[in-house]
Design a protein around this ligand. Structure first.
Ligand code: ZN
Length: 245
């Protein structure tokens, strides 16, 4: 059971389980306020109190249309407390602070999967292709690769390569409840922004109902932007599209 969870956590099914994340409500206000919000938004992409860490753009958008190069490695990766997983320094500190505050509330979460190199993502992707071909011998490699994208992000397109994303899960929970129905999940939805994180991903409307459990994919964007996105319901994609256009 635990092993199954860990495997799922590592893969991070970004296209799956969006409704299970309970994001619909979070995004509800978005249509009304997007224009006004973006018009008034002035956000610095850096944390003001640290010169070194300020060099990193925490708001970077990484997806199929904005892939990272194979050799991109964040230069300030550190281990997140309570785990072997790594994030960039500010994100790691904030994640640790959040876990401690959760513990004060009597909750525990497990950071499952943080920074992943391009090659690591490639391995996960190749493994999924192999699994699909094993399960269905009629699948060509090309078809299996297309299908695998539904489950595992292509190398270069994962936010995990930025060192700013962490998948978290309930610790030692054998019942696999949808996380938004748990006290921990509700706490995260309401509070991650205070630590500079946002809950990913936006609702694509094609969530798979057969996945009963999903780890949460939390993305660090800095406290200033996280708060604005949280309060407005504007997605990172919309924010970036607006400032880039
Ligand atoms: Zn993830």
């Amino acid at each position: 059971m635990k092993k199954r969870k860990l495997i799922k956590g590592v893969i991070c099914l970004s296209l799956v389980g969006v409704s299970a994340f309970g994001l619909n409500q979070m995004m509800k206000k978005q249509t009304d306020v997007t224009g006004k919000f973006l018009e008034n938004m002035v956000v610095s992409a850096v944390e003001p109190d640290n010169e070194t860490l300020a060099k990193q753009d925490y708001t970077v958008l990484v997806d199929a249309e904005h892939p990272l190069q194979r050799d991109f490695v964040p230069d300030n990766l550190v281990t997140v407390s309570y785990t072997e997983e790594k994030l960039t320094e500010v994100a790691a500190k904030q994640m640790t602070a959040m876990i401690r505050d959760l513990e004060k509330e009597g909750y525990t979460i497990l950071p499952l999967s943080g920074y992943r190199s391009y090659d690591r993502q490639q391995t996960l992707f190749d493994r999924k292709v192999f699994e699909l071909m094993q399960a269905d011998k009629s699948l060509t490699k090309e078809k299996a690769e297309k299908k695998a994208i539904e489950f595992v992000e292509l190398p270069g397109t994962s936010e995990h390569q930025t060192g700013l994303a962490m998948d978290v899960a309930l610790r030692d929970d054998e019942t696999d409840p949808p996380m938004e129905e748990t006290p921990e999940g509700k706490w995260l939805i309401d509070n991650v922004y205070r630590y500079g994180f946002i809950v990913r991903y936006p609702d694509t409307g094609d969530a798979k109902k057969d996945v009963s459990y999903e780890p949460w994919h939390l993305r660090y964007v800095g406290t200033e932007l996280a708060e604005k996105l949280q309060k407005s319901g504007v997605r990172l994609e919309e924010y970036k599209a607006n400032i880039l256009s």
